[in-house]
Write a protein that binds this ligand. Structure first.
Ligand code: ATP
Length: 514
């Protein structure tokens, strides 16, 4: 293990293969923010190497430098012992490295085949694109990497899992044998994660090297052999996964010991008034839900991919249309498909996709946090920027958002810190009902505690909270959890459930019936 090893002398496993990539003494500043400070990483051939760190530690910045999207202010990157190509030579970069991001880089309106051969279409002597040759080449490429996808289908119809496999195959077709996976499991269910991991293992056998970024530490123990930890822009440690215990890994990430505690769970008062009432709700995809929740109650809606949990939640808050049913908050019936009506009725919302429904990236933290509460920042009919900044400063402090101040554009924040801004905005209206859809996706272990701590605070003030997730830590804080499977609620579990029982129920298995 190399605690705080100086970059350039980061220990790797014994072996004489030149590093697939070696980044040394990397420093990168954005204005006054130091995103990377004399940091580095060495990844050796055939490894699956984890890169972990808290939100804002510098992981994405390193990825952008390793993939040639940004230049470091200082330091050097080498592939296979040779200096990295000039930034403008995109083809040369593509032959060395690719990153599969959480957000797709595939063009949805083009077919899979067109995406695979974008700008390198086979053309005949007449200069026209040879569509059948293109399709055959795409089929050969996917078959070579065992990706079972119809190349004629529009990319928009791919599942997240298929899209990732197609992007990996595309990277390999450029010749890259080093692939960065940036939170690849964030949108996959348990079965999808298993398939991805077995694909990673297969490709590793075939000589592909991976850099794997994830906030799910158990995944790192399952699939990675080396781990590098960044904290506050610096390289902290690189070690074989087997030699770093989970507490030691968390300590390296946070600089302190963190344990998820759920001590002091206070059950909701049985006579508390009903705050949310959902009757015979049917979503456009046919998922169904009836439920009530009391003031101060925290109710989980759990389920794997395809369970309908996100659809029902989106239908409750108006993000998605309903095919039937009624939703009432504190006795007020909500207009179907209307988010503004839900907000007006006292709903605070953390949507699943912060990129699409959550934030306006070019606006500041202050503007985003106060967007839905103009009345709280008005003074004599005018927006008071002092009030706005004060509210945003409270949010930054309360949620420990890593930013230099309320004026920082949200686009400049790391992913986990953007998620905290979304939470801050949901809380700004002092909601009666808080609906959190996969609230800790992409959030580090310490920030998770902060976000889930918020739930404990607001419930004490009488806010009803609905937590929609398949993350056990998110669900542990709930008074009860409704488990959905294939569009129906198949069970309800009281606080204190066992992990095995909940996971089995989410997979549609009733352990007690076997
Ligand atoms: N374009 C930018 N302009 C200004 N600051 C930036 C920019 N990109 C990143 N930063 C800052 O650099 C620091 C490192 O951010 P980075 O996105 O690399 O973190 P991360 O480890 O990937 O975090 P997360 O796990 O939340 O995605 C953060 O403080 C972030 O606010």
């Amino acid at each position: 293990m190399s605690a705080a090893a100086p970059p350039g002398r980061v220990d790797g496993p014994a072996g004489d293969g030149r590093p697939v990539v070696e980044a040394v003494h990397i420093t990168k500043r954005f204005g006054s923010t130091v995103a990377l400070s004399d940091a580095g990483i060495v990844v050796r051939p055939g490894e699956t190497h984890a890169l972990v760190g808290r939100n804002g530690a510098g992981k994405s910045t390193l990825v952008s430098i390793l993939t040639g999207l940004q230049a470091a202010d200082d330091g050097a990157v080498a592939f296979d012992g040779r200096p990295a190509p000039p930034l403008g030579d995109r083809d040369a970069w593509r032959q060395r490295v690719a990153c599969v991001y959480q957000k797709s880089t595939i063009i949805p309106t083009l077919t899979v085949a067109e995406n695979l051969f974008l700008n390198r279409h086979a053309r005949g002597r007449d200069g026209l694109i040879r569509w059948s040759a293109l399709r055959r080449a795409a089929e050969r490429l996917l078959a070579a990497w065992s990706v079972e996808v119809d190349v004629r289908q529009p990319a928009s119809t791919l599942s997240v899992e298929q899209r990732q496999f197609v992007e990996i195959a595309r990277a390999l077709s450029f010749g890259a044998r080093f692939i960065i996976l940036d939170e690849p499991t964030a949108q996959l269910d348990a079965a999808g994660i298993n398939r991805l991991f077995s694909r990673i293992r297969d490709l590793r056998e075939q000589g592909v090297t991976f850099l794997f970024i994830s906030h799910h530490l158990q995944e790192i123990y399952e699939i990675c052999d080396q781990v590098t930890v960044f904290r506050d822009a610096r390289h902290i440690v690189t070690a074989p996964v087997a030699e770093l215990s989970r507490p030691a890994l968390v300590a390296a990430m946070t600089g302190e010991d963190v344990t998820m505690s759920e001590a002091g769970h206070q059950p909701v008062a049985p006579d508390a008034p009903v705050m949310l009432s959902v009757r015979d709700l049917v979503t456009s995809s046919g998922a169904e839900l009836s439920m009530t929740a009391r003031a101060g109650e925290v109710v989980g809606i759990a389920g794997g991919g395809g369970s309908g949990k996100v659809e029902v939640a989106e239908a409750i808050v108006g993000l998605a249309p309903r095919a039937g049913g009624t939703v009432a908050v504190d006795g007020r019936v909500l207009r179907p498909g209307s988010v503004p009506d839900a907000l007006d009725a006292g709903v605070g919302l953390v949507p699943q996709d912060r990129h699409r429904e959550g934030l306006v990236p070019l606006l500041s933290i202050a503007e985003n946090v106060t967007m839905t509460v103009p009345e709280r920042i008005e003074r004599r009919g005018l927006i008071s920027s002092a009030r706005r900044d004060a509210l945003a400063r409270d949010t930054i402090a309360g949620l420990a958002i890593k930013a230099s101040g309320p004026q920082v554009p949200v686009a400049e924040l790391s992913g986990g810190n953007q998620q905290k801004v979304v939470m801050g905005r949901a809380l700004a209206s002092d909601p009666k009902l808080l609906v959190l859809i996969t609230p800790t996706a992409g959030v580090d272990v310490r920030s998770k505690q902060t976000l889930l701590g918020v739930v404990a605070d607001v419930r004490r003030r009488g806010t009803t909270v609905v937590v929609v997730s398949d993350e056990l830590d998110d669900l542990r804080i709930c008074d009860r959890v409704l488990v959905m499977f294939q569009g129906r609620v198949v069970g309800e579990m009281a606080h204190g459930w066992s992990d095995n029982d909940l996971v089995a129920a989410m997979e549609g298995v009733d352990l007690h019936r076997v």
